[in-house]
Design a protein around this ligand. Structure first.
Ligand code: DX5
Ligand code: ZN
Length: 213
């Protein structure tokens, strides 16, 4: 089944715990936790202390590190309770080492790519990650429109994994709504991050059913 990861970025920050539990009850699989440093991306979001607080609210945490030199913080986010830690291929000079560090910390390891980044960045680390995250907007903000060219990249990444005989998760992030979800899963995505469209939906469970198709 297609996994759904609500993005905490779109939640009501006055009631974070309730916002996570509401998504768990509606059938979400992971809590997507966007970490932004004001350097790799223009915006600043949450850090490890917030992750620790929300990690026992009913969903395993999928930490998306949009930060430079992510190696510095991998162990901190793992200790705070992350289940998946994803680093950007563009944000580290030593991607292979960072992925090993994530696995050594007991987490699933993810590689994220910005919209303009080629999926070739995965070629020499195939087998060293558990998840590939295809950004379908430029990272930094919720509520943006999906960039259509990124849908082809989802299919390319899925093809690379299939040809290598690997079963890593293909996650997509940015501009996911009930309509774009169909196109993304048809292209081979099996985990959908949804922020503004899901938190803004009148019925979160119905949104998830529709997005899963
Ligand atoms: C963007 C973040 C996303 C964001 C998605 O930089 O990585 O996870 O929360 O938000 P929506 O679903 O509103 O595009
Ligand atoms: Zn994200």
């Amino acid at each position: 089944m297609i996994k759904i990861a609500p993005s905490l970025l779109a939640a009501d920050y006055k009631r974070l715990g309730d916002e996570v539990r509401r998504m768990a009850e509606a059938g979400a699989d992971y809590l997507h936790f966007d970490v932004m440093d004001g350097s790799f991306v223009p915006n600043i979001s949450f850090g490890p202390d917030v992750l620790r607080q929300v990690s026992d609210c009913g969903l395993p945490v999928d930490a998306h590190l949009m930060i430079v030199n992510p190696e510095k913080y991998i162990d901190t986010f793992a200790a705070a309770g992350a289940r998946i830690i994803t680093v950007h291929a563009e944000a580290t000079v030593h991607l292979h080492r960072a992925l090993q560090q994530i696995r050594a910390a007991g987490c699933l390891a993810g590689v994220a790519m910005n919209p303009a980044t080629s999926p070739e960045c995965l070629r020499y680390v195939l087998g060293d990650f558990d998840l590939a995250l295809v950004m379908t907007v430029n990272p930094g903000y919720g509520g943006q429109k999906l960039i259509p060219a990124c849908i082809d990249k989802v299919a390319e990444v899925r093809g690379m994994l299939d040809r290598a005989g690997l079963e890593a998760i293909v996650e997509v992030d940015g501009g996911v709504n009930e309509q774009t979800a169909q196109k993304l899963t048809a292209a081979g995505a099996d985990m959908l991050v949804a922020g503004s469209a899901l938190y803004g939906a009148p019925d979160a469970a119905a949104f998830m059913r529709a997005a899963r198709g």
